[in-house]
Design a protein around this ligand. Structure first.
Ligand SMILES: Cc1ncc(COP(=O)(O)O)c(C=O)c1O
Length: 411
């Protein structure tokens, strides 16, 4: 009898998780029977092993079914819904997110994604010619482009640092940011977790350092929210943006912007805010126009699903999966791990390269020869494939990756 013969196929995991409610996260991380049950709640393509959940963590069937009902209901109620219930429903979603993020409901609005959230802050800062901004070359291209636009438009100067893939400690990173700050620096942007390597940065320490020099901090949390646990106010940042279609598994096209209450008045809205909005009302930054509201309505279902698995349990499992494969190849000759080995500096995402092999060729070979889907990264100090498992990934699938890396590196 197979190990998983007793695991039922289902699209609602309530009963399954109930059986495991007393198991602590650290112990559950390697309980394959439990995770096989979670896996059965996803519709997985048999064509390849999907190790590219960094772009989009598609929905478990349970959330997908809720999402489809929201589409049906909005379509049924039509304009009536849009003119009456929509606003309250959306605010309820934002409030639930605020509770999860640990902030007040007056500090968080739903956006389409991280790009929109962060660009509202970058574009809405009251820039003067000669003002400076600090960022890293490992930051996401869309945000770096927005700073370039601000340089063109307002004459600001962008100082771009580079973050080592294997820092000696938090101080090395904090000092790199500190060294780029001058008396003209107005804003510092930092990734909570670098998307191309999976390195988690010491955001709290960076915020404390920046604030001691009078600099505001914008955090790019695209890959952090519902991946590992934290509270946004606990980071001490001024602004935070994330995408909910990543680790929270909300349907495509949802994110949020957090603005610490005292900073709300300092940002110019992207769209006309409406005459009724006060200067310190975060909703003045959130005039979205008409958009697919059913995406936002599924936020509550995605949060429910996340809590069923358990935040700490998910974090422990994702870290377990990453270390499961990366520890097996980290010290092999010819293999380059672009992600720190320390547990606290990474979670589910890591990046691996093979010496002498272009990342694009590695990604193509992984897909064609080994049926593993990843994404090639080839810029800054990162040359390799980003490997992103999700809660449905099995160690058996990662064994296939380890086998591929061993063969391709000649080990
Ligand atoms: C670090 C980082 N920031 C921002 C983004 C942009 O996210 P979105 O396309 O959802 O706006 C991404 C997307 O992968 C990212 O990895």
């Amino acid at each position: 009898m197979s190990l998983f013969a007793a695991v039922p196929a289902f699209s609602n995991i309530d009963k399954w998780v109930k059986k495991y409610e007393h198991v602590v996260p650290g112990q559950l991380a390697s309980d394959e029977t439990f995770w096989e049950g979670i896996r059965r709640g996803f519709r997985l393509k048999p064509d390849y092993i999907n190790l590219e959940n960094g772009y989009y963590c598609f929905l478990p069937q349970e959330t997908l079914e809720h999402f489809i009902s929201h589409i049906r209901e909005v379509n049924y109620q039509g304009s009536y819904y849009m003119r009456t219930k929509r606003f309250d429903d959306k605010r309820a979603m934002a409030e639930k997110l605020a509770t999860l993020a640990g902030c007040t409901k007056e500090e968080l609005v739903i956006t389409r994604n991280t790009t929109e959230a962060l660009d509202i802050v970058i574009g809405g800062t009251h820039w003067q010619p000669g003002d400076e901004a600090v960022m890293a070359e490992q930051d996401y291209g869309a945000m770096l482009d927005m700073f370039k636009l601000a340089a063109k438009r307002h004459g600001i100067i962008n100082k771009v640092i580079s973050i080592p893939n294997h820092p000696s400690g938090d101080e090395e990173i904090v000092n790199l940011y500190a060294a780029a700050i001058t008396s003209k620096t107005k804003l510092l942007m930092v990734c909570h977790i670098i998307n191309i390597t999976g390195q988690i940065l010491p955001v709290k320490k960076i915020c404390d350092m920046a604030h001691s020099k009078g600099v505001k901090v914008l955090v790019d949390g695209a890959h952090a929210f519902a991946h590992f646990t934290y509270s946004i106010p606990g980071l001490g940042c001024d602004y935070y943006g994330t995408s909910l279609h990543k680790w929270l598994s909300v349907p495509l096209g949802a994110g949020f912007l957090y603005v610490k209450k005292e900073n709300i008045k300092d940002i110019w809205p992207l769209f006309g805010p409406g005459a009724d909005k006060k200067e310190d009302d975060i909703y003045r930054l959130n005039h979205t126009g008409t958009h697919p509201v059913h995406t936002d309505l599924a936020i509550t279902n995605a949060i429910d699903y996340y809590f069923k698995i358990g935040a700490e349990r998910k974090e422990e499992r994702l870290r377990y999966l990453q270390l499961y494969w990366s520890d097996k190849v980290r010290n092999l000759p010819g293999v380059v791990l672009n992600t720190p080995a320390e547990k606290e500096r990474s979670c589910g995402i890591a990046n691996v390269g093979i010496k002498g092999m272009k990342p694009a060729d590695l990604a193509e070979t992984l897909l064609k020869k080994y049926k593993i889907y990843t994404v090639a990264i080839d810029y800054a100090n990162v040359h390799g494939c980003r490997i992103t498992p999700n809660v449905y990934t099995t160690p058996g699938e990662l064994d296939q990756l380890v086998k591929a890396i061993r063969e391709l590196s000649g080990n």
